[in-house]
Design a binder for this molecule. Structure first.
Ligand SMILES: Nc1ncnc2c1ncn2[C@@H]1O[C@H](COP(=O)(O)OP(=O)(O)OP(=O)(O)O)[C@@H](O)[C@H]1O
Ligand SMILES: [Mg+2]
Length: 273
């Protein structure tokens, strides 16, 4: 993943600036042009006023194609996540966890079914509409951290918050302190350890005060003890900030600390084993 995940540059899509959207937990700025495709009902829906769950996924299907191969990855996924709640997603390698997170983030579009996020039908939005929704409502934390190499820790921490128009220097400083990054603010990502980079990635997502954080196995590059400690901290910060969290994790201990757990198997969500 690259900075594109924040709606800056995307290899396959052309994001654009525009009006703010209304999220599930806060009103940012009413949208006069929501970027919906013609016929798409991105506003005025049942929960566009913030009522209903923050995230509702219904009957989601996605087939990926590589060369001649067609891989039916998701065959009817359902999940609901309320504002401020946390959901752990588990599943074997290749079961479609990353694919699901990409669809929720609007980085890709489903073949069938619906992702409803913060009152918006993600699949009905234009490319620009999805980029805007992502920028305004979603914080992404990925396994590879995806920090911007040319920006310092301070620059990275404030990056998404600035994009979302919610940069607050005091809040960023407070978050940096909680993450133990105060002494590293002028360093560049290449001058950080894996655990430090991961903490910056978490801080960057949270500094923008998103309604939803999507975390895709963010401990994958770390030893178990470091990964657990940093994810523990993320759970704590997310809870304190009242942010919803959808987290892919292989750690039963961390999954147990989330409000709910789901398991992906054969393209469908089941109860976690
Ligand atoms: N471009 C593609 N073309 C075809 N199949 C693909 C493509 N990208 C991914 N896949 C397949 O889709 C399935 C789901 O991939 P996905 O990355 O969502 O799994 P995952 O659950 O996140 O796995 P992991 O735990 O290893 O990260 C896998 O079987 C994978 O091989
Ligand atoms: Mg994955």
């Amino acid at each position: 993943m690259s900075p594109s995940a924040f709606g800056v540059i995307h290899p396959r899509r052309t994001p654009a600036g525009g009006d703010r959207i209304r999220t599930g937990t806060r009103t940012v700025q009413p949208s006069s042009s929501d970027g919906a495709k013609s016929g798409g009902a991105s506003s005025g829906g049942a929960n566009s006023d913030g009522k209903g769950p923050l995230l509702a996924v219904r009957g989601l299907e996605k087939t990926l194609t590589g060369g001649d191969e067609r891989v039916p990855v998701l065959r009817g996924v359902d999940l609901t996540l309320e504002a401020g709640h946390s959901l752990a997603l588990t599943g074997e390698s290749g079961s479609g966890k990353s694919t699901l997170l990409h669809l929720v983030a609007g980085l890709d579009v489903a073949d069938a079914g619906q992702v409803r996020l913060a009152g918006q039908d993600v699949g009905a939005l234009s490319d620009a509409g999805r980029a805007r929704l992502r920028r305004e409502a979603v914080g992404l934390v990925f396994q590879q951290f995806n920090l911007i190499p040319s920006l310092t820790v301070a620059g990275n921490l404030g990056f998404q918050a600035r994009l979302a128009g919610r940069f607050d220097a005091d809040a960023v400083a407070a978050l940096a302190a909680r993450l133990g990054l105060e002494g590293l603010m002028n360093r560049y990502p290449e001058q950080l350890s894996g655990g430090q980079q991961q903490r910056v990635a978490i801080g960057r997502a949270l500094a923008a005060r998103p309604a939803l954080v999507l975390a895709d196995e963010p401990t994958g590059n770390l030893d178990e003890a470091t990964g657990d400690a940093v994810l523990d901290l993320m759970l704590e910060l997310v809870r304190d900030a009242g942010v919803a969290l959808l987290m892919v994790t292989h750690s039963p201990r961390l999954a147990a600390r989330c409000d709910a757990r789901l398991h992906l198997r054969a393209g469908r969500t089941t109860e976690a084993p």
